[in-house]
Design a protein around this ligand. Structure first.
Ligand code: ATP
Ligand code: MG
Length: 345
């Protein structure tokens, strides 16, 4: 059953419970650019597992074409995709009920992209704050058309299965607005076909990395789910904090310290203020040791499961194979509906 997977998944979240009640199908995804990290787990992955255990249908897209938005060539996307499946299963996603697929294996998604592109303006695409941030961190000297238009193909990734709930981190909110706009305009212009999906943020919509910026797979600042206890200790020891001896939870003025307090609180299902009060004048060194212990303790069962699952890669490939087949059937059906609604195609 869902409740005996990992300790975290049994922790009821009232917001998730309330949101689950009015929704049917979840879609989210992760780029195949590296292994998942603590930001993914507390930002969206834990919510996906909880929503699935509450009976919602879970779809997970691995948007492999999105790997070439901010770099010239994708680095081993198929290998990274398998690694993502491993992280999902280790975190408690039930592969029997979830549909996990890669974007490139579902060609109808790209046919949905063209009519969807006609529903947004260039001005709307150019003012997207997440796209601007990604351009700032990009490995390319030029900005490609894909960088500006990937939020639209992401709309196809969400709408093809008529998902109504999208558990994401904060950086995804502008993209979800694009999806909602496209759904609304399509419904107004042609026929009502798509729900306007709602975003679901967690208690940690923007977990910071060791450098103080958003924890990201591609920025070398992440603690991965599969990291060893020693790696975790080394990475968190190097996290940016501030020189204050007295530890307080104040995300606005003490972001580095507050991030470690929040991380500890999430692992132990506590209030970050209570963690701060306990550390008091112990300083950043004690805070980092406390956070390390909390992370290593919380993720021990997940990491053990991950190591077990890693022994058989064929299972991971089979999960993707089955997911791709299911996603294709759904996408073909939606494409037929879209063409019929548009009349001329
Ligand atoms: P990359 O650096 O390659 O873009 P990423 O770490 O940003 O990788 P994505 O695949 O872009 O990961 O994002 C997958 C999902 O995880 C999205 O819903 C995103 O909002 C969420 N997410 C990513 N990083 C964080 C974070 N630091 N805190 C909370 N949620 C996050
Ligand atoms: Mg990202």
């Amino acid at each position: 059953t869902a409740t005996d997977r990992t300790p975290a998944e049994s922790t009821a979240n009232p917001l998730v419970a309330a949101t689950a009640a009015g929704h049917h199908r979840i879609l989210t995804g992760d780029r195949p650019t590296g292994p998942l990290h603590l930001g993914h787990y507390f930002g969206t992955l834990r919510n996906r597992v909880e929503l699935q255990s509450r009976g919602l249908e879970l779809m997970i897209v691995i948007p492999d074409y999105q790997a070439i938005t901010d770099r010239d060539r994708a680095d081993r996307p198929a290998e990274h995709a398998e690694e993502l499946v491993l992280d999902y299963l280790a975190a408690g996603v039930d592969p029997e009920r979830a549909t996990i697929f890669t974007h490139s294996a579902v060609p109808a998604l790209n046919q949905l992209l063209l009519p969807f592109l006609s529903l947004v303006s260039v001005a709307e695409l150019s003012r997207n704050p997440t796209v601007k941030d990604e351009i700032a961190h990009s490995r390319q000297s030029t900005v490609s058309g894909l960088m500006f238009t990937y939020p639209v193909h992401q709309a196809a990734d969400i709408l093809f299965c008529k998902a109504d709930l999208v558990p994401v981190g904060q950086d995804q909110l502008p993209h979800l607005e694009v999806t909602r706009t496209i759904a609304r305009r399509f419904n107004d212009r042609y026929t009502t076909l798509f729900p306007e999906p709602q975003a679901l943020l967690s208690r940690a919509p923007l977990l910071l990395g060791t450098d103080g910026g958003k924890m990201s797979k591609s920025r070398g600042n992440a603690v991965t789910l599969g990291a060893t206890a020693d790696e975790t200790a080394r990475l968190l020891r190097g996290a940016v904090t501030d020189p204050d001896r007295h530890i307080t939870y104040d995300p606005e003025h003490r972001p580095g310290v507050s991030n470690l307090l929040l991380l500890t609180a999430l692992c132990q299902d506590r209030d970050p203020h209570a963690v701060a009060a306990e550390i008091g004048n112990g300083g950043a060194a004690l805070l980092k040791r406390t956070a390390t212990e909390a992370v290593n303790e919380h993720f021990r069962p997940l990491r053990a499961r991950r190591a077990e699952l890693a022994a058989d890669r064929t299972v991971l490939r089979e999960v993707l194979h089955a997911g791709n087949a299911r996603a294709n059937a759904v996408a073909d059906r939606t494409l037929t509906e879209v063409r019929a609604a548009m009349g001329t195609f």
